[in-house]
Design a protein around this ligand. Structure first.
Ligand SMILES: Cc1cc2nc3c(=O)[nH]c(=O)nc-3n(C[C@H](O)[C@H](O)[C@H](O)COP(=O)(O)OP(=O)(O)OC[C@H]3O[C@@H](n4cnc5c(N)ncnc54)[C@H](O)[C@@H]3O)c2cc1C
Length: 502
C-alpha cells in the first residue's frame, strides 16, 4: 500500500480544507471517511452563511464546480394571517411588510451596529487563539490589533460592544424593537444551531460570530449553491483530490495508534492499520479524545474536561418530498422562509427541550430547493431546520414522531393544505444526526458554541491551538475555534498551525 505522512480523519468541510492545504504544501495525505461519500455535514446543511473566503479562493472552489444559485437570499418571516415580513439584503437591509416606522429606524441602527461589531471580531476567526499563559508576539499582537480596532470605533461604540456581548438576545431586541415577527426572526437566527434560547445569558456573542461570516464577499449574506450545499462539499472534495489527496470512503477510524507517547497511525473499524506520523482529526474533539485516543493515553484532568465539554444539539432536520408546490400564503418560495412568530415563541420552543421534551410549536427555517432548480417528475423538495429538538429524550421513537407531527402542524398553519401534498417525510433528530454524521449530541458546532467554550477555551483549555495532547495529533473540526458551519475555517487554521509548527 501507498505510504502517507498525514492521515486526516473525516471528509467534512474541515477535513477536506485541512487536507487540501497540507497536500498543496507537499504532504502525502490520506483522508478517511466513515460514510460512503465526502462532504460530511454539508449534506445536512441547506444554505451557506460562513464559507471562509481563504478556503473558497485557495481551494479554487469555483473551478471545482461551485456555482452560486443565490448569494444574497431574502428571508420571509411568515405570519399565520398572511401578513409576512420580508427582509432583503444581508441581515435584512430592507424590510417590507407590516412593520411600525419606529421599528424600521431602530432596526436600521441596530443592524448597522451588529454588523460593525461582528466585523471587528471577524479577524479572530482566521487566527489560532493565543495561549494566554505562554504566547508572546504574533498572536497576542493580533489580538491587541483587534482590541485596538474595537477601541477605534469610539468610546460610545466600544462601551456598547462590551454591554451587548454580555447581554442576551431577548433583552437586546426588546430594548430596541416592538414588532413580534421581526423580533422572532432575529431571535431565531441568533440562536440557530445553539443550545440556548433568546433569554439565555450571553446569547448575543454566538450571534455576532454567525454574523461575522460572509457569502461572496458580503458580510451577513446567505448563499445557496447550485445543486444545494452537497455541491459545495463535492467541490471541496474535488479540490482536495486535485491537490493530490487520497480519499478513502467507507473507512471508519476506530482508534488512533499511540506508540512511545506519540501518534503512529490509525486503526480502521475493520482492523486494518495505516501508519503515519501525523494524524489530523477533523471529527469532534470529544469523540477523538475519549473514543479514538482513549483515556489511557490522556491525563485524568484532560479526560474529565473532555467528558464535561458540552455538546447538546437542539436542531432537527426535516426533509419532505411534495407532489406540488405549497402556498405559504403568497410568500416567495425562493426566499428562506422562517416560522418564528415572536421572540417568545422561540423561547417557548426551547423551554421543553431543556427537560428532554418536544416543543409544541418548533421554530423552522425552510428552504424549497426545487423553487430554484426544478426537480424531476414534477416533485418538489422542502427542507427545514427545526428548533428546538431534544437531544436526549426518554424515548427516541416517540420524540421523533412527536417532532414530525409538531413540524407538520406548524407547516399546515402557515401553508394550508401542505400535509396532503406530502409524498414522503423524514426527520432527523439530534441523536439521529449523531448516529449518521458523528456530531456528538447532534451538535451543529461539534461542541456547543457558548461563551465558556469559545476562543482559547475551545475545544478545551490547553488545546485551543489545534495541537492535540499527544505529539503528532492535531484537531481540526468545527469543535475547534471558531466553530461550525460549512466554512472550512477550523480546518484551514489547523493546517496553518501545522505549517507554523514545522
Ligand atoms: C440540523 C443541522 C443543520 C445544519 N445546517 C447548516 C446550514 O444550513 N449551513 C451551514 O453552514 N451549516 C449547517 N450546519 C452545521 C454544519 O453541518 C457543521 O458545522 C459542519 O458540517 C462541520 O464541519 P466539520 O468538517 O467540522 O464536520 P462534519 O461535517 O461533521 O464532518 C465530519 C466527517 O467525519 C466523518 N466521520 C465521523 N466519524 C468518523 C470516523 N470515526 N472515521 C472516519 N470518518 C468519520 C463523518 O461521516 C463526516 O463526514 C447544520 C448542522 C445541523 C446539525
Amino acid at each position: 500500500m501507498q505510504s502517507f505522512d498525514t492521515i486526516v480523519i473525516g471528509a467534512g468541510p474541515n477535513g477536506l480544507a485541512a487536507a487540501q492545504r497540507l497536500a498543496s504544501k507537499g504532504a502525502k495525505v490520506l483522508v478517511l471517511e466513515a460514510s460512503g461519500a465526502p462532504g460530511g455535514g454539508a449534506g445536512l446543511a441547506h444554505l451557506s452563511y460562513n464559507l471562509d473566503p481563504r478556503v473558497a479562493k485557495s481551494m479554487a472552489l469555483a473551478q471545482h464546480g461551485l456555482v452560486w444559485q443565490q448569494t444574497n437570499l431574502a428571508t420571509t418571516a411568515l405570519g399565520t394571517d398572511g401578513k409576512h415580513l420580508r427582509m432583503q439584503g444581508a441581515l435584512g437591509a430592507t424590510l417590507s411588510g407590516d412593520v411600525p416606522e419606529k421599528d424600521r429606524a431602530a432596526w436600521a441602527a441596530l443592524r448597522t451596529r451588529l454588523l460593525r461589531f461582528a466585523a471587528v471580531l471577524a479577524p479572530l476567526n482566521q487566527m489560532s487563539p493565543p495561549r494566554i499563559a505562554k504566547d508572546a508576539g504574533n498572536p497576542m499582537l493580533r489580538l491587541g490589533m483587534i482590541a485596538l480596532k474595537a477601541r477605534m470605533m469610539g468610546a460610545r461604540e466600544f462601551r456598547e460592544l462590551g454591554r451587548i456581548i454580555l447581554t442576551n438576545v431577548h433583552d437586546l431586541l426588546d430594548d430596541e424593537l416592538s414588532a413580534p415577527l421581526l423580533k422572532g426572526a432575529l431571535a431565531f437566527d441568533a440562536t440557530l444551531g445553539g443550545w440556548l434560547g433568546p433569554r439565555s445569558p450571553n446569547s448575543v456573542l454566538p450571534w455576532l460570530v454567525r454574523l461575522s461570516g460572509q457569502t461572496a464577499g458580503v458580510q451577513g449574506a446567505l448563499g445557496l449553491p447550485k445543486g444545494g450545499m452537497p455541491a459545495l462539499g463535492a467541490a471541496m472534495a474535488k479540490s482536495a483530490e486535485a491537490a493530490g489527496v487520497t480519499l478513502h470512503c467507507n473507512a471508519r477510524a476506530a482508534r488512533i495508534i499511540v506508540e512511545d507517547e506519540r501518534v503512529a497511525g490509525v486503526t480502521l473499524a475493520d482492523g486494518e492499520e495505516i501508519r503515519a506520523r501525523r494524524v489530523v482529526s477533523a471529527i469532534a474533539p470529544k469523540t477523538t479524545l475519549l473514543n479514538l485516543v482513549g483515556p489511557r493515553h490522556l491525563d485524568a484532568g484532560l479526560t474529565t474536561r473532555a467528558r464535561h465539554q458540552k455538546s447538546r444539539g437542539g436542531a432537527a432536520k426535516l426533509s419532505l418530498i411534495l407532489r406540488a408546490l405549497p402556498d405559504f400564503r403568497g410568500a416567495d418560495l425562493t426566499d428562506r422562509l422562517l416560522i418564528a412568530g415572536s421572540e417568545h415563541d422561540v423561547e417557548r420552543a426551547f423551554n421543553p427541550v431543556k427537560y428532554g421534551r418536544v416543543p409544541e410549536k418548533p421554530g423552522m427555517e425552510i428552504m424549497i430547493p426545487t423553487a430554484h432548480e426544478p426537480g424531476t417528475g414534477g416533485m418538489h423538495r422542502l427542507t427545514a431546520v427545526a428548533q428546538f429538538a431534544p437531544h436526549a429524550p426518554a424515548d427516541r421513537d416517540t420524540a421523533r414522531a412527536a417532532m414530525l407531527a409538531a413540524c407538520m402542524a406548524q407547516l399546515e398553519a402557515h401553508a394550508p393544505g401542505i400535509s396532503a401534498m406530502v409524498q414522503s417525510a423524514e426527520i432527523l433528530m439530534p441523536y439521529d444526526i449523531e448516529d449518521q454524521y458523528g456530531l456528538p449530541g447532534g451538535q451543529w458546532h461539534a461542541g456547543e458554541l457558548s461563551v465558556e467554550q469559545m476562543l482559547f477555551l475551545r475545544p478545551l483549555p490547553g488545546l485551543a491551538q489545534y495541537q492535540g495532547p499527544i505529539p503528532g495529533l492535531w484537531l481540526a473540526s468545527a469543535g475547534c475555534h471558531p466553530g461550525g458551519g460549512v466554512s472550512g475555517t477550523p480546518g484551514w487554521n489547523a493546517a496553518l498551525a501545522m505549517e507554523a509548527a514545522q
